[in-house]
Design a protein around this ligand. Structure first.
Ligand code: ADP
Length: 637
């Protein structure tokens, strides 16, 4: 005994001195001193004392944290706590970290010494001490069973089995509350006598277990015979509640019907820990079940959706694909899951959408698949998840659109011949006889109207051709030359209105890749509008410059401007601002043709305007990179 080492951990100097020099050393113990928790931890690990006596409240880490640290990394060392009162949760924690005794001030030094002797000499052990009866190992095993199994049958079965074993009981039962019937029903049971508890159903308002549910407190019955339900008598029993999120969801109980052995407070503590484990297991299982149901629901929705869907994670691996997407892209889900888009999918349009990385923005595009269908695809980035692509089959809409364009083209084409004839005959009218002034005026009006109709028809035919993907041929184009031609053609009409027409274009402007005729048509249209909607004496600027990998062309005027309300619609077919409808001739098709042309060159166009001050259209076109070209979209002209 005399050679045994004690580690005394306290930051209270007077207590240290009193215990070490007046009590423990005179009793023959070697006393190691630690002045705080951190020192205590280090000394316990370095010197392996036979017993630790620790102050409950330490300034740095708590005594329980220190003991936990020792338990996790070092040998099992029994410990005693001295200090002010602990809560019941702390008491349980204390037992788990090897505390064998506890002394509250003012403590009897004689008792303390006796306890130390007893502990070190291993003279007597408490018959059901949690630390010494193997309960800790059992609790540890159950903890592991819970984290490694989501099977509630296994976990709860083990809980009841251990409850019976550790409390030396004849039978054990775990009952859960059925909120609908207000009854407790057996979820797991174990009996050494007969299986009387297997199918127990007890009303909450009329049973001992029900009382535990009601009060939320353990119940220890130890004397006389007690009726749990009719014809079911026990000599002693112990029930503890199962708490889950502030509610009692059931009880864990053990009982003896034959043995006279009574249950102790320590049994209650063990059962409490087991009940907590059960509640965790039930909570895990419920969460898992809910997740499972949600997952199944989501999967069904996904599978049954008529849209094709595809989800890739943040690293670009396919994590989800539905039947629709597999059918559309000709894929086997088993082949593609867990592979990247590049590895698993051959469709160029899908690749194109994934390549247009725009951080958080939604990306839209068309996807044509091998069976001829067209899908409208939308890629949405979702933070923390990856990217989701939803593709809607728009084949029928594309077909309708194509039929509409074809109809308009046919009708326009058929109308052009009679109009040419009308115009021709009108020209002849004056040659076959003298016309009076009024007749001449009428003929002029007919001519103007027929020309307007011809313009409209030409515009419609153009739009049809562009939308149908005609004039697809593209080549490297010197935009400076195209702009010079535009200026050349329209300078005269600007001069007629006495406008100042400024043309600025650098000589070394990089090339763009496109169709020169269509680009000229688009730019002419914009300059023509600028001249048309700018009063006499105004100003029109055509300024071009290269910006990074794009060329910017700005067409500005000091004309009538476009109201804020009209601005969103001016690129729509047949849209004309209300205030110009009477004053300026036009079809309302020009800007929609311009937009189609610019977009088919992978460019952008936008407008800035102030009514009565002027308008600026900006066209942005990508600079030609040899060998790259543009995406060969079937819709591009
Ligand atoms: P329109 O044949 O009517 O000119 P556009 O499609 O070319 O048809 O233009 C659509 C409408 O946009 C015009 O009717 C006009 O209201 C407005 N607009 C276009 N360009 C200008 C401009 N430079 N200044 C003011 N309004 C303009």
């Amino acid at each position: 005994m005399a050679s045994e080492r004690l580690l005394l951990v306290t930051d209270r100097k007077d207590l240290r001195e009193m215990l070490a020099s007046s009590l423990l050393e005179p009793a023959g113990y070697e006393v190691l001193i630690a002045e705080n928790g951190a020192q205590g931890l280090a000394k316990a690990l370095a010197d392996s004392p036979h017993l630790i006596i620790a102050d409950h409240t330490l300034a740095d880490i708590s005594a329980l944290e220190m003991l936990l640290g020792i338990q996790e990394t070092g040998p099992h060392i029994p410990a005693m706590l001295i200090g002010d009162g602990t809560t019941s949760t702390e008491a349980l924690d204390a037992i788990r970290v090897g505390v064998v005794d506890y002394f509250e001030p003012p403590f009897d030094t004689g008792e303390l010494l006796t306890s130390i002797h007893r502990q070190l000499d291993h003279e007597t052990r408490r018959p059901h001490s949690i630390a010494s009866s193997g309960a800790l190992t059992a609790l540890h095993d159950i903890g592991q069973a819970i984290t490694s199994s989501l099977d509630l049958e296994i976990v709860l079965g083990k809980v009841v089995e251990e409850a019976v074993r550790l409390s030396n009981a004849e039978e054990g039962v775990l009952m859960l509350l059925d909120p609908e019937t207000e009854e407790l029903f057996t979820r797991a049971s174990k009996s050494a006598v007969e299986d009387s508890v297997r199918n127990l159903r007890l009303p909450v308002n009329d049973s001992l277990a029900g009382q535990v549910v009601g009060t939320g407190l353990p119940m220890l019955v130890s004397e006389g015979e007690h009726k749990i339900k009719t014809e079911y008598l026990v000599k002693s029993l112990l029930y503890v509640p199962l708490h889950l999120m502030g509610q009692v969801i059931g009880v864990l109980g053990v009982s003896n019907r034959i043995s006279e052995r009574v249950f102790t407070q320590e049994d209650a503590e063990v059962l409490n820990v087991l009940a907590n484990y059960s509640a965790i297991a039930i909570s895990n299982a419920r969460a898992f079940e809910e997740m499972h149901v949600e997952r199944a629901r989501f999967r069904t929705m996904l599978e049954q959706s008529s849209d094709a869907m595809l989800v890739v994670d943040e690293l670009g691996y396919i994590v989800l694909i539905n039947q629709g997407a597999c059918e559309a892209l000709n894929l086997d889900p088993l082949d593609v899951l867990g592979r990247t888009i590049d590895e698993a999918i051959t469709n160029h349009d899908v690749h194109g959408i994934f390549e247009r990385i725009d951080q958080d923005a939604i990306i839209r595009g068309e996807v044509e698949v091998s069976d001829g269908r067209t899908f409208n695809a939308q890629l949405t980035p979702i933070e923390g998840m990856g990217r989701v692509v939803v593709m809607q089959d728009v084949t029928h809409l594309k077909e309708l659109d194509r039929m509409k364009t074809q109809f308009v083209t046919t009708v326009s084409h058929d109308l052009r011949s009679p109009l040419t004839a009308i115009l021709g005959y009108i020209e002849f009218i004056g040659r076959v006889g003298e016309l009076n002034t009024q007749q001449e005026d009428f003929v002029e009006r007919v001519k103007t109207s027929v020309r307007a109709m011809t313009n409209l028809i030409n515009d419609l035919l153009d739009l049809g051709r562009i939308e149908a993907g005609m004039d697809r041929e593209k080549e490297p184009v010197n935009l400076g030359d195209v702009l010079a031609q535009v200026q050349d053609t329209l300078q005269a009409s600007s001069d007629t209105k006495g406008q100042q027409f400024e043309f600025i274009c650098p000589d070394n402007l990089p090339m763009v890749f496109g169709n020169p005729l269509r680009l000229r048509q688009a730019l002419s249209n914009l300059v023509d509008n600028a001249i048309k909607y700018t009063p006499e004496g105004g100003r029109v600027d055509l300024i071009t410059e290269a910006h990074g990998d794009h060329i910017h062309v700005r067409i500005s005027d000091t004309g009538v401007g476009i109201s804020r309300a009209d601005q969103p619609y001016i690129f729509d077919q047949f849209y004309r601002a209300e205030d110009v409808q009477q004053t300026h001739v036009g079809t309302g098709l020009g800007l929609s043709i311009v937009k189609s042309i610019i977009e088919s060159h992978e460019g952008r166009i936008w407008v800035e305007s102030q009514p009565d001050e002027g308008t600026t259209f900006t066209v942005m076109l990508p600079i030609y990179v040899p060998g790259k070209g543009l995406t060969d979209s079937p819709h591009a002209p």
